[in-house]
Design a protein around this ligand. Structure first.
Ligand SMILES: [Zn+2]
Length: 114
């Protein structure tokens, strides 16, 4: 996802917690990817040979449908801005994929008017 430097997991979690684990665009709850990874591992350890589909490294639709739709991602409020709390917001993977950085202002206006 882009070429920005990776944020630390602690900073990610701090942003998600501040925002109440809700997407800043659609207000749906988001899913923390490491939790899904853990679930997938537990199921596989338990000998579930079937298709588990809780986690996939690329969050693919068939490999990890929950993450594809609701996976928690960090959104930069100001594109290319600083990696500090004030410039970061919680988003679901779906909303994050739908908007481009240039459309952010328009998107925010529309969200505010709903
Ligand atoms: Zn969303």
């Amino acid at each position: 996802m882009g070429s920005r430097p990776l944020l630390s997991k602690a900073l990610n979690v701090a942003v998600f917690r501040r925002d109440g684990w809700l997407c800043c665009w659609c207000k749906r709850p988001v899913i923390f990817a490491p939790v899904m990874k853990y679930l997938e591992l537990e199921y596989r350890k338990a000998g579930d040979a079937g298709r588990v589909a809780y986690y996939h490294a690329h969050w693919t639709r068939d490999g990890a449908p929950l993450l594809d739709e609701l996976g928690a991602v960090i959104d930069h409020i100001k594109a290319g801005g600083a990696n500090d709390m004030d410039n970061l917001a919680t988003a679901c993977n779906k909303c994050n994929g739908q908007k481009s950085d240039s459309a952010l202002d328009q998107w925010r206006t529309r969200s505010a008017n709903q």
